[in-house]
Unconditional design. Structure first.
Length: 247
């Protein structure tokens, strides 16, 4: 990883809105001979830049350094030389049906006279609308899809991930992971197995791409999303060079 020529590497000030990394120094400007920037350099670009640096280090057999402004004090579980690299807020999702059920109203409302008849019609008309909404919601909830399981705190290390919730911390070693697939920016689907069984979940987190490249470098170097740099936008290397950040 090479910072812009003639400049000190920018120090990350911390987490901005949504947990995005933000630089503390001025924006890097393109110099003569470099392509002109076509869009701003963002916090997400810093995440990708540091992730690419970790990938380069691991591929060269070097020990990577922490990359996020804050790394939670999680105790090493997998190896004595394990390095905690990054921590961030995360969301866990599982593929399942929902829990909603359709319960139409069984109530009865009757009133006499012109005003009473109007109120009765309004009541039943409103109940029909509410029942329709409930029925549609229940039908949608019966469909299997990725659904929120828990808000969590993710810590990524050189040897695995630690998922912290209100119930505790779940360590998942990369050696137990069978699949990591990037499904969007900051979003991966993972599958892992151990002596107790197997599980698949979706993880939405700022450092999701870091999880992908670390696991791939160690256990699936031929992963198409990593070997072909598909985990980055197609023009990202040119974009980084335009801002003076070379990988």
């Amino acid at each position: 990883m090479t910072p812009p020529d003639g400049q000190e590497p920018e120090v990350l000030a911390g987490e901005g809105p949504g947990g995005a990394l933000v630089p503390s120094g001025p924006t890097c400007l393109a110099r003569a001979g470099r392509p002109e920037p076509r869009r701003p350099w963002t916090g997400q670009d810093f995440v990708w830049w540091h992730t690419a640096g970790v990938l380069s280090s691991v591929r060269r057999g070097r020990r990577p350094n922490p990359v996020s402004p804050v790394v939670d004090p999680v105790r090493r579980t997998f190896a004595a030389d394990e390095v905690m690299l990054a921590s961030c807020d995360a969301e866990m999702l599982v593929y399942r049906r929902g829990d909603a059920t359709y319960n139409p109203s069984r109530g009865l409302f009757l009133a006499g006279g012109p005003v009473g008849l109007a109120l009765t019609a309004a009541f039943f008309g409103g109940q029909a609308y509410l029942n329709s909404k409930r029925r549609k919601a229940a039908e949608a909830d019966a469909v299997e899809r990725w659904r929120h399981l828990a808000d969590a705190r993710l810590t990524v290390s050189t040897h695995g991930i630690y998922i912290g919730t209100g119930e505790g911390i779940m360590p998942v070693a990369f050696r137990d992971v069978q699949e990591v697939l990037l499904t969007g920016t900051g979003e991966v689907v993972m599958a892992a197995a151990n002596s107790s069984g197997s599980a698949r979940w979706k993880l939405r987190a700022q450092w999701a791409e870091l999880v992908l490249v670390l696991w791939s470098a160690q256990y699936m170097p031929e992963h198409p999303q990593v070997a072909g740099s598909a985990w980055l936008p197609q023009d990202w290397f040119l974009h980084a060079a335009a801002h003076g950040y070379e990988v």
